[in-house]
Design a protein around this ligand. Structure first.
Ligand code: SAM
Length: 305
């Protein structure tokens, strides 16, 4: 198979995808990245949670150099666009052949089914925008293939016949899909159960839509007061650490008085205030309680919104 051992290795040498610990069903999430710049990934996947997830066998990440799947002596991966115009387009053959070399990627029709356990994603500015709910959806998938475009983009037949979705990381144009792939890996891997030391912390974060009650209770028990509940789709509340007074900038008193109920209320109110200020669009679909609505009304009155 052309996907040689040297090119299917982890992006970072020495970071064997060992399996000292595995996901609930006993296997690591497998992520394959197809790129013409494999060295790009030396670094981004070697720090923090992603590194740890690889080390403990929660995630196995392989980088594949598309040039290995070319047949000419110049290892050509791109060509001029039909119909004319500027720039070059990534050819379909190396991408199809790389994916086919894996031998275990399900047919596209199967991957298109809701709840499918594999996904082949084309990074594209024209794709569905990545958000926390898409990251959560992908964190339940067992196998993800990420195809990185370059130049003017990728031959459209990849999107039409090989990938099951196109994903954009935001409304701007990057030079290539590699940064987007690294962003997807980071946001998805940290949601794999066990990847983050305290799983409750990912449930409380900005954008997280989980339902308040059950999670809030467990957070409360283990860690003291939560942000009243999980974020419910709001932005996260502000965090502070020592020193309590830094150059005259004091930490809010309420966070140091040990009163869990007051801290909980403060966190919820500041999360609401920050969301109103920076991302009012999120309030339209956030899970708000009657208490939240009252707090929001207070904030609006105070801020003359
Ligand atoms: N001609 C394309 C367009 O206008 O949509 C832009 C091509 S871009 C210069 C080259 C590659 O970068 C794309 O094929 C895609 O893989 C990647 N890319 C660019 N912007 C992206 C974004 N916002 N999200 C994900 N990938 C992106």
């Amino acid at each position: 198979m052309p996907c040689s051992a040297t090119l299917c290795v982890s992006a970072v040498k020495g970071l064997a995808n060992d399996r000292r610990r595995t996901t609930n069903d006993g296997s690591a999430m497998k992520i394959d990245i197809l790129t013409i710049f494999p060295d790009f990934f030396r670094g981004p996947l070697d720090y923090g949670i992603v590194r740890r997830a690889r080390e403990v066998g929660l995630a196995e990440i392989n980088i594949h150099d598309l040039r290995v799947f070319t047949k000419d002596k110049h290892r050509t991966v791109d060509d001029r666009p039909f119909g004319g115009g500027a720039g070059m387009v990534l050819k379909p053959e190396p991408i199809f052949e790389c994916l086919e070399s894996f031998g275990d990627v399900m047919a596209r029709e199967v991957r298109l089914d809701p709840g499918a356990k594999q996904s082949v994603i084309l990074l594209s500015a024209q794709g569905r925008k990545l958000d926390q709910s898409l990251a959560a959806e992908l964190s339940a998938v067992e196998r993800i293939v990420l195809i990185c475009g370059r130049y003017e983009g990728v031959d459209e037949r990849i999107s039409e016949h090989l990938a099951d979705r196109e994903v954009s990381i935001g409304d701007y144009v990057l030079s290539g899909g590699e940064l987007g792939a690294a962003v997807i890996v980071d946001t998805v891997v940290r949601l794999i159960p066990g990847a983050v030391g305290n799983q409750n912390s990912t449930r409380q974060e900005s954008f997280t839509d989980a339902h308040c009650d059950s999670v809030a209770k467990s957070v409360e028990l283990e860690d003291g007061p939560s942000s009243t509940c999980v974020s419910g789709g709001l932005l996260d509340y502000p965090h502070y650490t020592r020193p309590a007074d830094f150059r005259g900038m004091a930490v809010p008193e309420v966070l140091m008085n040990g009163n869990h109920e007051q801290i909980r209320n403060w966190r919820r109110k500041t999360a609401l205030a920050k969301t109103l200020r920076n991302r009012p669009d999120l309030l339209e679909r956030a899970l708000l309680t009657a208490e939240d609505r009252e707090l929001l009304a207070q904030i609006k009155r105070a801020e003359n919104v």
